[in-house]
Design a protein around this ligand. Structure first.
Ligand code: PFF
Length: 437
């Protein structure tokens, strides 16, 4: 449940619908499904194997599984760096979400009515302002830290077991509302009837990136969670469940969002502002209390999803520091969270007041976004899969996947082919295309 919580996040509810909208709807969805099960799930299994076999966080895990080639531990370090940058940006967007939740509950969003320009303006004004985003990202970061400080079982596990079912219920309520709006069927056919003429090569690459981000692979988090998995669990089944739940939530988010967007005559390719600029119009069109209730439900849902994902990122970082510096969990969590709040505040301020803070012509926000989407995760995933398929002893891999010979693992030859050839090739293509175009 905790790993599902990590996978299901802003990536499913905020990012998936707008990326899917941008790259043509149904056709994108099909390609995305193939990548999620064909590559994302395989990468997840590889990370689980590395984590459970070594029972360490990424750096030590790599070092301990190939004692004579210790250089591989830098792939683990790359994972930690990736987590660090991703979490800073994640905190910023989670802070926006929390702030919108408050705006929904207090009725502030509702006062803007169906004035799309006013809602758009509010988002720009808010996200470029100095104090409010920083305050909310700080509150959100502290909330995440509290869960981590309660421990893996009493914090992460307990919170995930309660919040994930709540999330599903809220999402289903939203889907029902959306499907009963006039003209909802247009949204459904947009999502489910593939039109391959709309799918570009760029869309295919985006689908792989989205599948990896959504499944939380390519940054070592699943190595850390893998190190907590009991020896008797079947890693194939676990990964299959996580992937299926993740994909299902992404599709349900599409079902909640597209019919509502079409029903209001708005644009499905709304970009990153889809949740914050387009959806408030949809809620306001429901009118009065209904609109307030549904917008509060939506932003609560998004905040919960963001929280369980942030928890996994902070846990990976904090566990790494505990292992590296031999500090107490309390100390390491505080150090990491303070550093993350500082970095996230810079990222947030660079949207407005500090927009002069540029790296290579990009604002700092766009620079971190580039690192997080183009450079770090594919590189780290590539290193991990190379290590897993070509360096780690195959006997160890088999042993871990079959639980020391107890399970049959009939899928193994296909799995082996994917980790040795298909996944590295796909990652190289994605990486090269993204940096060269
Ligand atoms: N999978 C999360 C999402 O879809 O929002 C994002 C994420 C969490 C990525 C944790 C990576 C990670 F390690």
């Amino acid at each position: 449940m905790a790993a599902v919580g990590s996978a299901v996040g802003l990536g499913n509810i905020w990012r998936f619908p707008y990326i899917c909208g941008k790259y043509g709807g149904g056709a994108f969805l099909l390609v995305y499904l193939c990548f999620a099960f064909g590559i994302g799930m395989v990468l997840m299994m590889s990370e689980f194997v590395i984590g459970r076999r070594s029972r360490h966080t990424p750096m030590r895990a790599f070092a301990s599984l190939s004692p004579r080639r210790k250089g591989w531990r830098y792939i683990g370090l790359l994972g930690i760096v990736t987590c660090f940058f991703i979490l800073s940006q994640y905190f910023v967007i989670s802070g926006w979400t929390l702030s919108y939740f408050f705006d929904a509950v207090t009725g502030r969003l509702a006062t803007m009515g169906q004035d799309a320009a006013a809602i758009g303006c509010y988002f720009t004004e808010f996200s470029t302002s100095a104090s409010r985003p920083v305050v909310f990202l700080t509150v959100f970061a502290l909330l995440t830290a509290v869960v981590i400080l309660c421990g893996v079982q009493k914090g992460i596990e307990a919170v995930s077991k309660v919040l994930m079912p709540v999330l599903v219920v809220l999402l289903v309520v939203l889907c029902i509302r959306s499907l009963t709006l006039p003209g909802a069927s247009r949204g459904l056919s947009y999502l489910f009837s593939p039109d391959f003429s709309k799918l570009s090569a760029e869309g295919v690459l985006a689908a792989l990136g989205q599948a990896m981000f959504s499944l939380s692979v390519g940054m070592g988090v699943m190595i850390v969670y893998g190190s907590y998995i009991p020896a008797s669990d079947d890693l194939f089944r676990t990964s299959m469940w996580i992937t299926a739940s993740d994909v299902l939530i992404a599709v349900l988010s599409g079902v909640a969002i597209f019919p509502a967007v079409f029903s209001c005559g708005l644009e499905p390719a709304g970009g990153p502002g889809l949740s914050y600029c387009v959806l408030p119009n949809v809620f306001n069109s429901m009118g009065g209390v209904t609109g307030v209730v549904f917008s509060a439900i939506f932003f609560l849902l998004l905040s919960i999803a963001a929280l369980t994902s942030s928890i996994s990122l902070l846990e990976a970082l904090s566990a790494w520091l505990v292992e590296t510096l031999r500090t107490r969990r309390f100390v390491s969590t505080l150090i990491i969270v303070a550093a993350e709040i500082a970095l996230a505040s810079i990222v947030s301020l660079s949207n407005g007041m500090w927009s002069h803070l540029q790296v290579g012509g990009d604002t700092f926000f766009d620079f971190v976004d580039r690192l997080n989407s183009i450079y770090l995760p594919p590189l780290c995933a590539f290193g991990t899969v190379l290590f897993f398929a070509w360096v780690m002893p195959e006997a160890d891999v088999r042993d871990e996947l079959t639980n020391h010979g107890v399970l049959r693992a009939v899928y193994y030859p296909v799995f082996r082919f994917i980790v040795r050839w298909l996944a590295p090739l796909a990652l190289v293509v994605v990486f090269l295309t993204s940096i060269l175009t």
